[in-house]
Design a protein around this ligand. Structure first.
Ligand SMILES: NC(=O)c1ccc[n+]([C@@H]2O[C@H](COP(=O)([O-])OP(=O)(O)OC[C@H]3O[C@@H](n4cnc5c(N)ncnc54)[C@H](OP(=O)(O)O)[C@@H]3O)[C@@H](O)[C@H]2O)c1
Length: 341
């Protein structure tokens, strides 16, 4: 059993902590929470051990009647791997503490690539990160792009990629982010940072991305154009995607799903927490003409990186050298079946 701690218990941290408790080869030792709010109360009720970032913050938890096991240093002394799910850039500040404690580290996509020994996506570079001290699971958008690119690259070959990202403005629980009445170029320059982020995992890829932010909280949508290494067909692409783990195909004609709202509404009735950790590709949008492939895909930003975080722990701890075996265990425990309808 690998002993795991999670620092940061927000959108990503809560989901990763829950996923760790479901793994047969991992033990969740505890989580670090800064404030004794509803998420801390729920964690305490679920029997998850809570640690505070510093001894100064212990008092607030005591006042709220929430038992705290110690500080982040205490947690670090009890784990083999720490998953950092703190806000963008905060993980870098914790890095020296993690290193001094001698624990392996999994960071998130909001950190600079230099925070870790490598950036990570299971389908692309699992074997390359085996036994490293630290990895960075790339962002939700980058994870979605990489699942598609590495699947198509393995089956047909990818010459170049061009993607337009339509990004959600905020997560559903966030109360201060926007826009509420605008479509913002984000950034106004091309390429957006997502292309560079994809290259942190697959350096040789020729890719350009651009992005806008729109007033929605549910999902991101990408319009992706791939130039293939050889002529292909819609049938060939479909069968590759049907076989690939963590990609589900949404048939708009059969299901009536033509939007992120309908997709997430359907998912609420069939997945843990109403999450969709799989990349959703809209079947009817798949267009193949010679070497050109175009499609729409949707990314549930709150959950898509959760399976990759679990695989990252497995790779660092060398629990299995085989990415497909890690994917099998992770997906089975998280209930990720290829069929959702
Ligand atoms: N949200 C997404 O869509 C998404 C998708 C993929 C990757 N990511 C990446 O995942 C990382 C976490 O993002 P998130 O959306 O989960 O953030 P979040 O919801 O804001 O959660 C951050 C958590 O970190 C805690 N925290 C704040 N300051 C801390 C500190 N100094 N020490 C320890 N914990 C601290 C917060 O505590 P309190 O709850 O007590 O305030 C909160 O639990 C970021 O790198 C982000 O880029 C996010």
């Amino acid at each position: 059993m690998v002993r795991v701690g999670v620092n940061g218990f927000g959108t990503i941290g809560r989901r990763v902590a829950q996923a760790v408790t479901l793994q047969p080869d991992m033990e969740l030792v505890g989580v670090v929470k800064t404030r004794p709010d509803y998420a801390a109360l729920q964690a305490a009720k679920a029997g998850i051990r809570i640690y505070a970032p510093s001894s100064e913050s212990l008092e607030a938890f005591e006042k709220a009647g929430i038992r705290v096991e110690g500080t982040v240093e205490d947690l670090l002394s009890r784990v083999d791997v720490i998953v950092d799910a703190t806000p963008n850039g905060v993980g870098e500040k914790y890095k020296p503490l993690y290193r001094d404690a001698g624990v392996r580290q999994v960071f998130q996509g909001g950190e600079k690539p230099s925070v870790a020994d490598a950036s990570f996506n299971t389908l692309c570079n699992y074997r390359e990160v085996l036994g490293l001290d630290s990895v960075r699971v790339v962002s939700c958008n980058t994870t979605g792009l990489l699942r598609l690119i590495c699947t198509i690259n393995r089956g047909i070959g990818v010459s170049s990629v061009s993607a337009v990202l339509i990004r959600r403005a905020a997560d559903p629980r966030e109360v201060k982010r926007g826009p509420v009445n605008s479509i913002n170029l984000n950034p106004p320059t091309v390429p957006s940072h997502h292309a560079l982020d994809v290259k942190t995992v697959v350096p040789s890829i020729d890719i350009v991305t651009s992005a806008v932010v729109v007033p929605t909280t549910l999902m991101h949508v990408h319009h992706v154009t791939i130039t293939l290494k050889r002529d292909s067909s819609r049938r060939e692409v479909l069968s590759l995607l049907e076989e690939a783990p963590r990609i589900i195909l949404i048939d708009s004609g059969r299901t009536g799903i033509k939007s992120t709202a309908q997709l997430m509404d359907a998912v609420r009735f069939m997945r843990r927490n109403g999450d969709l950790p799989e990349l959703a590709v809209f079947t009817d949008s798949i267009h193949v003409e010679g070497r050109r492939l175009m499609l729409f895909q949707a990314v549930h930003q709150e959950s898509i990186v959760v399976p990759e975080n679990i695989d990252a722990i497995r790779a660092l701890a060398r629990l299995t050298e085989d990415p497909m075996e890690s994917i099998r265990v992770t997906d089975e425990t998280l209930g990720l079946t290829k069929e959702i309808f």
